[in-house]
Design a binder for this molecule. Sequence first.
Ligand code: 5AD
Ligand code: SF4
Length: 408
Amino acid sequence: MNEYDSLIIRNMLQKEGFLLTDSPEKADIVIINGCVVREKPENKEIELLKYYKHRGKFVIAAGCLAQKDKDALLAFSDLVIGPMDYDDIGTLIGKHGAFTDYSKHRDRFYRYAKDRMEVSFSEYVTIMTGCDNFCSYCVVPFTRGREKSRSAKDILEEVENLTKRGTIEITLIGQNVNSYFHEGVDFKDLLDKVARLGVRRIRFTTSHPRDISPAVFDVMARYENIMPWLHLPLQTGSTRLLKEMRRGYTTEEYLYIVNTARKMVPDIVISTDIMVAYPTETEEDFEDTLRIVKEVQFDYAYMFIYSPRKPSSAYYRYKTQIPRDIAVKRHRLLVDTVQRIVTEKRKKMIGRTYEIMIDGHSKKNPDLSRGKTRGNITVVVNKNIPEGEILEVKIVDVIGATPVGEPI
Ligand code: 5AD
Ligand code: SF4
């Protein structure tokens, strides 16, 4: 989501004639497009704003960062600008103030879709914005506003235009893509329509275990160009905590979804987000998380320590937190457990062939290319291959947890 916001900001400024530099030190204007889901990154973003302001730059706070605490930010930023106002960013440069009104013009968010100056082999397409879930720990419904789905016609038009301009991979994005609904079209219908346009690789993220249905897996299984990858945040393996978090599913239901996905979509790769040390988490709750992690055998996972976020409901509800040393210990144990599972799974890739799409190069060694399998697993190839190229590789080794492929 934030990456996508950065692309919009860049596009709008380039249209107004602004130039990019390769380092903030050389720039006159520095924009911090910040995430506020956890406290630590937010503090880092604030430090950066202060640092560049001190160095005489014109400093802009953007993204969710801007939406969260605009008055505080104005003390050390020139401009505070939320996602709904990016269209105007060029004309606002030089002014002082906050532009963060969500109610104003929701549809403007999509103007970028028709207006892209540069198009890459891989592009994001927004299908919905905002979130109505109000998970107890989460700040997103407060920074991104209420859920709103975009019309299927607009989405399909954007995908078609991108394909004409050379895009071969489309990732449909939204906070909760499974609750997409616009004029009788739901997510499975939309996915079906996008697949029929013939894009080479289609992905979507993020899914919500409460809202995803087997009908989506059915569409995934029917189209070769929908990639077998599902990012399905678990958050915790404790049903008690899932309830506290207002996630709307039990551990058993989560397992049922994963098993159904694996039955219906061959070779599906399943990734997740997990949080430890949510207030009141007991050793038993944490053991439940470890148990489900072992049972599911995730292909990869993002793991976090709970961070109290104003104005989420959990921020106000719990007076005490899990002590930091326990939180860190649980996080370490979880990371180690997942790492072991992932490494074992990667080793099983050795000797098999995979279709990968090259999406980058090692900075240190330009002869090393990086690509993603259909299941979204990063593979390194010891050869200089242009970005956007799709090729078959045979996995010959695993270094750390990264498979190494040789072109066939
Ligand atoms: N503390 C820690 N992690 C959080 N996430 C969201 N809010 C918080 C929070 N307050 C994590 C969730 C979510 C991911 C994007 O960030 O795991 O899925
Ligand atoms: Fe936050 Fe929950 Fe919405 Fe995800 S579904 S953005 S965790 S409130």
